[in-house]
Design a protein around this ligand. Structure first.
Ligand SMILES: *Cc1c(COP(=O)(O)O)cnc(C)c1O
Length: 446
């Protein structure tokens, strides 16, 4: 029988991956996970340092979420939301509206962050067509923004590395400088009456390499949208569900967007699920007689999947039962001191952080050095999985992570950066490595 690595190289095409590099590297083949630790076929254990790409919240195999999915599985795994409805989708919608910023009152489900933002863009556009302001057809987005990988969400994106190739396929947007309210004002003064919506990632632009906006910027954007009579779309796909210290980043500045995009952490990071929340007045502009064609003609096959909704309800329960937001406050404080040793390293240009979203930018490397990737490989040898954005080393611990695991994760990261940059680090292991980090003979046989 051929081994899994060979079959992977023969049949798979990995996302955001130069396959020519991939086939020369032995990426771990993950077989199982427990809490914040992933285990591979070789029996090695790794701390999940980026929350399985920014979505895991409570750790893996959380008993409450596991049980909720199993219970739902015994009822029905999937049924449609087109023409039918079901309890998990209804109950989750109510829960989401209860915790969302005040003024949001409707939930439109989909399956990924890309669809959540794509839907927000389409709702905003159609809203103005039906609300007597058909000239409002353009979108303002921030430079270096990331809202997903489908053509609509790429159109409002601003990361050249990911997006430039597709420019001819995309609709044009107006661009504003991140964190600069005066720049947005200039754009709105020039084009205000054509703008359907401003779309932004509140507080932190994640995929840009953790660009952190100055305090007050989000509030200023909200006020500018009001002044110029346009809509605000907040993409909290990355920042939502505790990542910045509050349930939603918007709460830090008391802002309610007209449309709120949620995905990644919504199901605790268990199953694909997304939601676009809107205000009642937006929703109302889609009401009419059938022959007025104000219907929102959009819906994916797996929209509001019952298993994913059950996981999401259980995840919200876990937020309460395990007091996850209080844990985030503690980890936030801890990170401040744990990251301190990096500030003295010569090739660390900047450490950007808000809550549990951390970007450590290295300097003095060529793109071909793949410095971030080298740090990833060094961390893997030490027992942690991280994934960089170019020269920015990213840490995204799960909101429910325990302090000891976070200490170990940061120690590994600091040591790995020291190795790759040729600096020295003098950090003793903060804790005994958990027994789980040794060889796991059970899995070694495979
Ligand atoms: C990850 C991300 C998306 C895209 O989500 P997918 O589920 O990967 O499609 C959109 N917006 C932001 C801010 C993200 O971080």
């Amino acid at each position: 029988m051929e081994d899994l690595a060979t079959l992977d190289r023969r049949y798979l095409w990995h996302p955001f991956t130069q396959q020519r590099g991939w086939i020369g590297e032995d990426a771990p083949i993950i077989t199982r996970a427990e809490g914040f630790t992933l285990y591979d076929t070789e029996g090695r254990a790794y701390i999940d340092g980026v929350s399985s790409l920014w979505c895991n919240v409570h750790g893996h195999r959380h008993p409450g979420i596991d049980a909720a999915i199993r219970e739902q599985l015994d009822r029905v795994a999937h049924t449609t939301m087109l023409g039918l409805t079901h309890e998990p989708a209804i109950r989750l919608a109510q829960r989401l509206i209860e915790i969302a910023p005040p003024g949001l009152s409707r939930v439109f489900y989909s399956d990924s962050g890309s669809t959540a933002t794509e839907i927000a863009v389409k709702i905003a556009y159609q809203h103005w067509q039906q609300a007597g302001q058909p000239r409002r057809t353009r979108f303002v987005s921030l430079r270096e923004a990331y809202h997903g990988d489908t053509i609509g969400s790429v159109s409002v994106g601003g990361i050249d590395l990911f997006h430039a190739t597709y420019r001819p396929l995309l609709f044009e947007t107006l661009k504003a400088e991140p964190g600069d309210a005066d720049d947005l004002r200039r754009v709105l003064e020039a084009h205000g009456e054509e703008v359907a919506a401003v779309i932004m990632e509140p507080l932190v632009q994640g995929a840009a390499g953790m660009i952190v906006h100055p305090p007050g910027y989000l509030r200023a954007v909200r006020e500018l949208c009001d002044e110029f009579g346009t809509l605000l779309i907040c993409d909290e796909v990355a920042t939502g569900f505790g990542r910045t210290g509050r349930m939603f980043a918007c709460e830090h500045e008391g802002v309610t967007p007209d449309l709120l995009c949620l995905a990644k952490g919504i199901s605790g990071g268990y199953l694909p699920l997304a939601a676009t929340l809107t205000s009642e007045s937006l929703y109302a502009s889609f009401l009419g007689r059938h022959d007025e064609f104000k219907t929102f003609f959009h819906g994916h096959t797996f929209t509001g999947n019952p298993l994913a909704c059950a996981a999401a309800i259980a995840s919200l329960d876990a937020f309460d039962q395990d007091d996850v937001l209080a844990n985030v406050t503690e980890l936030d404080r801890l990170l401040e001191s744990l990251l301190e040793p990096l500030t003295a390293m010569p090739r660390v240009r900047e450490i950007r952080r808000r809550g549990l979203m951390v970007g450590i930018e290295l300097s003095g490397f060529e793109p071909s050095d793949r410095s971030g990737h080298q740090v990833t490989l060094a961390a893997r040898r030490r027992g942690a999985i991280i994934r960089p954005l170019g020269d920015v080393v990213v840490l995204m611990p799960a909101p429910a992570m325990d302090a000891d695991t976070l200490r170990e994760l940061v120690r590994i990261t600091v040591d790995s950066i020291a190795e790759v940059t040729g600096a020295t680090s003098h950090i003793e292991p903060a804790v005994e490595a958990p027994a789980a980090l040794g060889a796991n003979t059970e899995e070694t046989a495979r």
